[in-house]
Design a protein around this ligand. Structure first.
Ligand SMILES: Nc1nc2c(c(=O)[nH]1)N[C@H]1C(S)=C(S)[C@@H](COP(=O)(O)OP(=O)(O)OC[C@H]3O[C@@H](n4cnc5c(=O)[nH]c(N)nc54)[C@H](O)[C@@H]3O)O[C@H]1N2
Ligand SMILES: Nc1nc2c(c(=O)[nH]1)N[C@H]1C(S)=C(S)[C@@H](COP(=O)(O)OP(=O)(O)OC[C@H]3O[C@@H](n4cnc5c(=O)[nH]c(N)nc54)[C@H](O)[C@@H]3O)O[C@H]1N2
Ligand code: SF4
Ligand SMILES: [Mo]
Length: 671
């Protein structure tokens, strides 16, 4: 049979939201390629997705509902029918609700798929049930908060701006792994003479393509930004005309940074030499259109929101927003493009229920009372591996009286603790509509192959559950296509002017931006708010991160060959990841008497995790680095890197502090 070529979208939690072309033969995806007509990603894919068909048709796919027959965590199950599975769930939930109330049930989901329908449709269901709600803040809520406290709802710059800049600061981002198509714009700028700098805690893989690397002590970027401001003010590198017209609070900020953040003090805090600090600030101040690409690593600290807020002030001082190619990109927010509330259905929540923070799942499962969590429904997330304080989470998941359902594509470490496992479709098997947080495109995708085995999509499962429980609202009768339609029809104000026929034909359409959006500041004052009177700290200030009582800061950064814990099902990609390495500076290894290639344990008060030691000058003293999240199967113990991270939250927006963690390292005793 001749292959058919069908369009789709990469569903993963990645800013690029690439367009895909899928070759389908006999209902099987045989090849996955980039869509050359996609204006942002132009036909190239990352190493993870070039063989997406190997994930979709992996022999490890879950294809039937499963009922636990062994101890929790051991992965022993027997197949059951969908009818039985749904009945068991509904019966158990009814029992829990009768005894403890519906708040004893906790949904746990995050970003296995970024499609707007499949990602959010559970909200409507759990609101109707009256379950506890989940604060979904594991990724970058503090980053959003920090940006908004200066810029309000101002639209983020179009990624094409990067290509026009003459000085690009990649600040806390390993874009070579996490945002590869933005790097095309960086290369464009570089070709035209722009200089590219990277500010990070270690020389991450992106360091290879930059002109200058600046290594900063973890969690001290706020001090760095204040030090740059000090030098800009001292040197008179301020765009006064821009300031007078568009900025609130420069005078107050000036009075704060001049006495409090001199270069020698900032150098002591950040570990950056005064000379380099001066050079960076002057380069920033003298460039025509400097652009900051702001990653998320630095927001995952106790001071994360304040750090992002402080850095976000920088472009205003030099008037970068007023110039083509100038500005700062933290994240692109296009939520207003869709009628999202038609899927999340807040109106189905009769009265506000308890909110559980997803970063504190360990506490929630082991210590929360009134009522305790007695039932958990996990979908498109893998908390046993991705969420902080794994030891406590596993203790909770082991509870015999906790009824856990996991809807998954694979037997993840979370699924191993489920009472019932339901098989989930991959993105090629269900329809959805996608937005991006790295560009302004939106795109619809139809299912391109039938479900593998008996897999069902998130929405189909919620429909079955609603029917079995007896929810009668019309909402639950709608198909996925109905919901997609509801999101965009009639068009929201932002969709007016968009070619809807093209959207419905599955092609990418771009949301349009007003001509002067880069100098239209959607804040209460209508100006960039360096001084924000609604904040307890109305001016940016430096606060120390949490740290721990241990010698090394631990960076558990993304890998090129996996996405959070996704893609661990792929032997080809696992081989490229090689092993769970702990990268360390040779001088630190010497003081610890440790050697290259040894098996070591990183440990702190929360846990112990095995690694293979890799000595490298790319990591400064006082920092250790591990790239990628591994499954427990690939480690030699029941612990992976998040056994070391903490449930502490960020200063604002209750975010995760996954990088604000210190460890000690010792030789693995069993050798
Ligand atoms: N290949 C791949 N792509 C991914 C992901 C993945 O796991 N793998 N994850 C996806 C997801 S969910 C997200 S949120 C995004 C992640 O996007 P980002 O969070 O922007 O991740 P990175 O680009 O790796 O940036 C993290 C970088 O921050 C650095 N860092 C940590 N602490 C500090 C600090 O205090 N100061 C400074 N300056 N730098 C610091 C780390 O060393 C690391 O290089 O990427 C997405 N794309
Ligand atoms: N130490 C450390 N921990 C981290 C990070 C870090 O940098 N360091 N990064 C953090 C970040 S930024 C994030 S965003 C979180 C991400 O955390 P998660 O969103 O939990 O991400 P994944 O590990 O990708 O797990 C997603 C799961 O969803 C499943 N899935 C995919 N599609 C579907 C679907 O349509 N339906 C259903 N039911 N299942 C589906 C996949 O098989 C996969 O197992 O991890 C965080 N954890
Ligand atoms: S993970 Fe990111 S870069 Fe890779 S194909 Fe998907 S959207 Fe593109
Ligand atoms: Mo994330």
């Amino acid at each position: 049979m001749n292959p058919e070529l069908k369009r789709s979208v990469c569903p993963y939690d990645c800013p690029d939201a690439c367009g895909l072309l899928v070759e389908v033969v006999d209902g099987q995806a045989v090849k996955v390629m980039g869509d050359p007509e996609h204006p942002f990603t132009k036909g190239t894919l990352c190493p993870k997705m070039v063989h997406y068909e190997r994930t979709v048709h992996s022999p490890q796919r879950l294809t039937q509902p499963l009922l636990r027959i062994g101890e929790k965590g051991t992965g022993q199950y027997k197949p059951i029918s969908w009818d039985e599975g749904i009945q068991v769930i509904v019966d158990r939930w009814k029992g829990i609700m009768a005894q403890y109330g519906a708040e004893a049930i906790l949904p746990y989901s995050y970003a296995g798929t970024m499609g707007t329908v499949q990602r959010n449709c559970g909200e409507g269901f759990f609101h109707r049930l009256g379950a506890s709600r989940l604060a979904r803040t594991i990724c970058s809520s503090s980053k959003g908060y920090g940006w908004a406290s200066v810029m309000g709802d101002t639209l983020a710059p179009h990624p094409d701006e990067v290509g026009k800049s003459d000085f690009i600061l990649l600040w806390g981002t390993n874009a070579l792994a996490t945002n590869i198509h933005l790097l095309n714009k960086v290369r464009e700028a570089k070709k035209r003479g722009a200089s590219i700098w990277l500010i990070d805690t270690y020389e991450n893989p992106t360091a290879r393509m930059v002109d200058q690397v600046v290594l900063v002590r973890p969690g001290t970027d706020g001090a760095l930004a204040l030090g740059i401001m000090h030098i800009l003010v001292r040197e008179g590198l301020i765009d006064q005309a821009f300031m007078d017209r568009f900025v609130q609070g420069f005078e107050q900020l000036r009075k704060e940074v001049l006495p409090n953040y001199p270069p020698d003090k900032v150098s002591q805090i950040t570990g950056i030499e005064v000379k380099l600090l001066e050079e960076m600030a002057v380069h920033y101040g003298k460039s025509y259109a400097p652009f900051i690409v702001l990653g998320s690593g630095l927001c995952r600290y106790g001071n994360g929101a304040m750090t992002v807020r402080t850095i976000t002030c920088l472009p205003a001082l030099v008037g970068a927003w007023g110039k083509p190619g100038g500005g700062l990109l933290a994240s692109i927010s296009t939520g207003m493009a869709f009628h999202s509330e038609r899927v999340t259905r807040n109106d189905l929540l009769k009265e506000p229920t308890r909110v559980v923070n997803m970063n504190q799942l360990g506490y929630a499962l082991t210590e929360l009372s009134n009522p305790p969590i007695m039932g958990m429904y996990v979908y498109h997330a893998n908390p046993a591996v991705v969420a902080p304080d794994q030891t406590m989470i596993l203790k909770g998941l082991r509870r015999e009286d906790l009824f856990t359902v996991v809807h998954e594509r694979f037997m993840t470490d979370t699924a191993r603790y489920a009472d019932i496992i339901l098989p989930a479709t991959s993105s090629l098997e269900h329809a959805d509509i996608y937005r991006s947080y790295g560009h302004y495109g939106i795109q619809k995708a139809a299912a391109v192959i039938p479900p593998v085995g008996e897999a069902k999509s998130n929405w189909e499962v919620f429909q079955l559950l609603a029917q079995a429980i007896g929810f009668e609202e019309d909402f639950f009768q709608q198909t996925t296509d109905d919901l997609i339609h509801q999101l965009v029809d009639p068009p929201t104000p932002w969709l007016e002017g968009v070619d809807m026929a093209k959207l419905h034909a599955g092609r990418l359409v771009e949301l349009s931006l007003p001509e002067d959006y880069k100098t239209t500041f959607l804040t209460p004052s209508g100006k960039i708010e360096l001084y924000n009177p609604t904040e307890a700290e109305p001016l940016p200030r430096y606060f120390e991160p949490y740290g721990d009582d241990a010698p090394f800061y631990l960076m558990s950064a993304p890998s090129l060959y996996s996405l959070n814990s996704s893609f661990n099902e792929r032997p080809d990609l696992l081989r490229k990841k090689e092993a769970a390495y702990l990268q360390m500076n040779p001088k630190d290894a010497e003081t610890k008497n440790l050697l290259e290639g040894q098996k070591v344990i990183a440990f702190n008060e929360r846990g112990e995790v095995p690694f293979i030691l890799k000595l490298t000058m790319t990591v400064p003293q006082g920092v250790v680095v591990t790239e990628g999240l591994f499954s427990m199967e690939t480690m030699s113990r029941d612990s992976t890197v998040n056994a070391l991270t903490s449930q502490r939250l960020t200063d604002r927006a209750a975010g995760s502090t996954l990088y604000d963690v210190k460890v000690d390292v010792r030789l693995w005793e069993s050798i």
